[in-house]
Design a protein around this ligand. Structure first.
Ligand SMILES: [Zn+2]
Length: 356
């Protein structure tokens, strides 16, 4: 942990300057994308969504590399649009050891699997210190449930950073730890990313979409490209590109280093693997009934976890979000791709289920 963030020294959230009618703290990944984190656009939309509700949030964001200034710029954009100041604190935790640090880690954890636990933990400390009760982490329904798009991605191969079961467990954990009731929410559990992009347009914030960062590979894979923060071939990049285009906002998006819909025949396999798996997965989503989908992807039943919110049949709602996304992806791929989408080797072709 950096000196500037060590416990007990200078946590900025300890001083309350704005009286909170709606006491919430928001885990804000505005422009945040550590090597395995999807965020940025979802969190930026989440910030606008909560302010539009008249809430008075405290935003918390972790940063790496140049994201600190990107995050600050996005917050300024929000303040300009909403004609008000917002509270925002930034922090950085790294497993890298620096010279003469007092807080040297004994072991290095480099998988980033615990990142959401860390983000939410910071939010919980801030909420507890301020007497806040609601904690928001904003993630679209597809990547929060994150159904494994192929058998090779089952289990720990697919991130659960904003999964409803994880959020429920975390909620129970901090309730027990602090001895009082918190509520951990994901307001976009049943939204697609395209809906979030449309919401940003409605909020007149769409011109800032290009400044949010979503890529799994940022900054390591993108630093060598001066005009882009997005590799183009990781799953979050593909989901973002498709969603922003489906929302009719491609002109406001960042550039993508690799165009997965127009790869050269000799392109490395890593560039084509994700889009091919996604296309196959989306074909399945479009083709099968709800019952068949639950049989094929039993992870859909996990959508039923979360705080009681009056939502009926969360599993059907989650499938419906996936169907919307599948339609968007296949439609954008159909328009943008120079390669055949439905290969003869597709298992869907083999059983005669390829859409005509
Ligand atoms: Zn990427």
């Amino acid at each position: 942990m950096e000196e500037s963030c060590r416990p007990g020294s200078c946590f900025p959230w300890q001083r309350s300057t704005i009286p909170s009618l709606f006491k919430i703290v928001v885990v804000l990944g505005v422009g945040h994308a550590n090597p395995t984190d999807e965020g940025g656009l979802d969190s930026f939309a989440g910030a606008a969504y909560l302010l539009k509700q008249g809430r008075n949030p405290l935003f918390a964001s972790h940063y790496v590399s140049s994201l600190k200034s990107l995050q600050a710029n996005l917050i300024r954009g929000i303040e300009t649009e909403f004609h008000r100041e917002v509270e925002h604190f930034q922090y950085r935790v790294t497993s890298r050891t620096t010279k003469n640090t007092k807080y040297r880690f004994e072991n290095k954890e480099s998988s980033h699997r615990a990142r959401s636990f860390m983000f939410l933990s910071y939010a919980a400390v801030a909420a507890a210190t301020r007497g806040m009760s609601d904690i928001f982490i904003c993630e679209n329904g597809v990547l929060s449930l994150n159904i494994p798009i192929s058998d090779a991605r089952k289990g720990t191969r697919s991130t659960r950073h904003a999964h409803p079961l994880f959020l429920q467990y975390f909620n129970q954990f901090i309730n027990a730890l602090y001895g009082r009731a918190f509520s951990v929410h994901n307001p976009f559990q049943f939204w697609t990313k395209a809906q979030e992009a449309k919401f940003l347009e409605k909020s007149n914030l769409h011109s800032l979409i290009k400044d949010t960062v979503t890529c799994w590979g940022y900054p390591n894979q993108t630093l060598k490209y001066p005009n882009s923060n997005h590799c183009g071939y990781c799953i979050p990049c593909i989901v973002r590109r498709v969603s922003v285009k489906a929302a009719g906002l491609a002109a406001y998006d960042d550039q993508y280093v690799i165009d997965v819909f127009n790869l050269k025949p000799n392109a490395p396999e890593k560039y084509s693997r994700n889009i091919e798996d996604l296309i196959y997965f989306c074909q399945s989503i479009e083709t099968f009934s709800n019952t068949e989908l639950i049989y094929r992807y039993p992870e859909f039943v996990m959508a039923d976890f979360g705080p009681p919110n009056g939502t009926q049949d969360r599993i059907s709602k989650a499938i419906s979000v996936y169907r919307k996304f599948a339609k968007e992806l296949l439609s954008v791929a159909d328009k943008d791709s120079t390669r055949p989408l439905y290969s003869a080797s597709s298992p869907l072709s083999a059983i005669g289920l390829v859409p005509s």
